[in-house]
Design a protein around this ligand. Structure first.
Ligand code: SR1
Ligand code: MG
Ligand code: MG
Ligand code: MG
Length: 397
């Protein structure tokens, strides 16, 4: 279409006119609404109409850092292709890509402004009782259909090549598994929890477990992951859910996506004593435990149902999928532990913890997130679903 330029509102409007076929006679308005770490995002709408369009454009650098950390714009093309692939097997729960332009590093997405970001909904104690089960179904569908259970060897190899995302997944390796487990300049450690961070950096047993998880993240290409499935990548509305923001996606272990979302529910869990009086906070903590277990059970039930139709005679062997699910569960707990640690002392935090204004109330919540994260990494191999529930109940405070 045209040469790359960093969009201003008028460029986003012009792109909508062309990509969505909105002629010059249609009045359109726009505003920049992006609050993520990487991209700029515009909403463009016709005055008087509630539903508009979303324009997401990749900048040639990481937005939250600036031009000192350059980053491939090709991530916009990769994200569009991942969302289209995930949408082809799970349209109900994947944001719709209406158009994308690799040259402009831009895509046109359905407007979800009648939805709420799940992270925000959880912080406002708004109840979306179906969200956990819906997200489990989403993960079962997108993981199964991109895995060896569904694709033959050639098709899966082709997908691994087509969805290769080396630059973004290398960032995940660094900011998820490397920096937070040593004293790195990119970390963001608050003074009140410095001692706990230093203790962790000296924890050789923990670092060996994290090394395994990192190695598997690189080598275990089980499925086409979302790659950054925190509660800010999930939009919810009454009875509805849509997953957005797949730029960190690529082939990796299924337990990674599950672990990231478990961890973000647990970060909310850890934030409760800093946000609410004990009785209300504990009620919300119990909800987070149930959401994690519901999400997992929904994932497992749907995955096992899909797997029953697997065309691969070896992987369809009765009993194998159950053994595989146990491995995915164990991986998920390990990745959940890493995500909790990195969102507490790494480069990218979460508002659940950082939004607690009083540092003396915030620090105990952050300490709990670090300690629970460590426990999950260390004990992942020993915990079944019921044991996780018992363990988390012990952390309710
Ligand atoms: C430097 S990028 C840091 C994080 O922001 C994104 O949201 C991803 O979670 C990434 O790890
Ligand atoms: Mg986002
Ligand atoms: Mg993101
Ligand atoms: Mg983003």
């Amino acid at each position: 279409m045209s040469q790359y330029r960093i969009f201003k509102v008028e460029d986003a409007i012009a792109y909508v006119r062309e990509a969505a076929g909105q002629g010059g006679e249609v009045p359109l308005q726009g505003e920049e609404i992006g609050d993520g770490n990487l991209n700029q995002v515009f909403r463009v709408w016709k005055p008087g109409e509630s539903r508009g369009f979303i324009v997401k454009q990749a900048l040639p650098y990481i937005r939250c850092i600036g031009e000192s950390w350059p980053l491939t714009r090709d991530r916009a093309r990769i994200e569009a292709q991942i969302l289209l692939r995930h949408g082809s097997v799970c349209p109900e729960y994947t944001v719709e890509v209406l158009h994308h332009d690799p040259e402009l590093s831009v895509m046109l997405l359905e407007d979800l402004s009648d939805h709420q970001v799940w992270r925000q909904a959880l912080l406002e104690d708004a109840s979306f009782p179906e969200a956990a089960a819906q997200l489990g179904r989403y993960l079962a569908r997108v993981h199964y259909h991109s895995s060896a259970f569904h694709l033959d060897y050639q098709a899966q190899q082709a997908a691994q090549i087509a969805f290769a995302n080396p630059e973004l997944m290398a960032i995940t390796e660094e900011v998820f598994f490397v920096d937070p487990f040593r004293d790195h300049e990119r970390n963001n450690v608050e003074p009140l929890i410095r001692a706990e961070a230093e203790q962790q950096w000296a924890d050789a047993a923990l670092k060996v477990k994290v090394a395994t998880l990192k190695h598997d993240f690189r080598c275990k290409g089980e499925a086409l992951l979302h790659g950054d499935l925190h509660t800010g990548s999930v939009m919810v509305a009454a009875g509805k859910l849509k997953v957005i923001d797949a730029e960190f996606g690529g082939y990796g272990p299924m337990g990674f996506d599950l672990g990231v979302i478990f961890a973000n529910l647990l970060l909310n869990f850890c934030s409760q004593p800093g946000r609410h009086p004990a009785d209300a906070g504990q009620r919300y903590q119990h909800r987070r435990i149930e959401e994690i277990l519901t999400l997992w059970r929904s994932f497992k039930a749907d995955f096992v149902t899909l797997e029953a139709k697997s065309p691969d005679p070896a992987l369809a062997e009765p009993g194998y999928v159950q053994a595989f699910m146990r491995r995915v569960w164990r991986d998920a707990l390990g990745y959940a532990g890493c995500e909790m640690v990195r969102r507490t002392i790494g480069i990218a935090h979460v508002v659940d913890l950082d939004g607690i204004e009083d540092p003396d109330r915030r620090a105990p919540c952050q300490r709990q997130a670090l300690a629970l994260g460590r426990t999950l990494v260390m004990e992942a191999e020993q915990l079944d679903e019921e044991q996780l529930r018992v363990l988390l109940l012990e952390w309710v405070s």
